[in-house]
Design a binder for this molecule. Sequence first.
Ligand code: ADP
Length: 309
Amino acid sequence: MKIALLGECMLELNGIALGAMQQSYGGDTFNTAVYLARCSDKTLDVCYATALGDDALSAALLQHWKREGLQLDLVRTIADKLPGLYQIAVDAQGERTFSFWRDQSAARAYFDTPITPLEARASEWDAFYFSGISLAILPPAGRDRLFAFAQNLRQRGATVVFDNNFRAKLWSSIDDARASFERAFAVANIALITADDHQLLFGLQNLDAAVQAVQNLPIQEVVIKRGAKPTLVRSGDQPWQSIAVQSVERVVDTTAAGDSFAAAYLSQRLKGQMPHVCAQFGNQLAARVIQHRGAIIPMAAMADLCNTP
Ligand code: ADP
């Protein structure tokens, strides 16, 4: 079985301005791809679709990604582009602020070619995963290509998964964002929804109103994540189920909570497990991830949860 995930992985700088900085990398769909490769047995091929430059950092990223078990033949190299970059600054109180250099990143130009490797091999994918951030970074023509590709997959019975990560700053207007998310809801047959993001995007009064709105979306399968509150899940005409999250005494860093949830959920769902079992596993991995610093926790810290060594 093969899944393709589309998005952007950026370089990360973490440390003191003009002082020592640790280099790393991350991005929502990328984090999901890594956790999915870790949680899946050898029967699932996890292919990451993005674009990088032909610079030394891009080459180093590819080497690292390969070691994480990702298949990289969907990655495009665009000679005059570079990967996006973000810096995490931590103040004396431990408060983190992010600065981004991603407006011109290679990933935004993924569809700036007559046919991408993702589209050329459209008949191969059993599942396709993208997020609100995948949509936000693409120009309108790229978004149209993404939706046409996803629609094509749906028509031949493949699974299309949408995660509603919403970052207002990445959108030129709220109307544009809303219209794009509506198109994603129309094409997906599994939606992984963070209630907070839905509330923000649609300007809803409170979280309950957001949950209500999500519950009315006409999507085959919907998972609603609500931080420490129980996760809600419904598939087909089954009733909604509520799945308690794991109790976590000390939350260290919530980066990639939703991304790892998505990976764990899909690793089981694509094998045909029942949605509530998948949501339990999602909650379990996410709870583990938020007890460690950074988006990608060491494999050793989660090996007991995964089948693969
Ligand atoms: P996102 O990371 O997409 O913003 P959430 O904040 O809703 O999404 O968190 C995603 C998942 O992470 C939750 O569904 C839950 O499984 C887990 N999680 C988040 N916060 C906590 C917490 N305080 N305790 C236990 N699990 C949590």
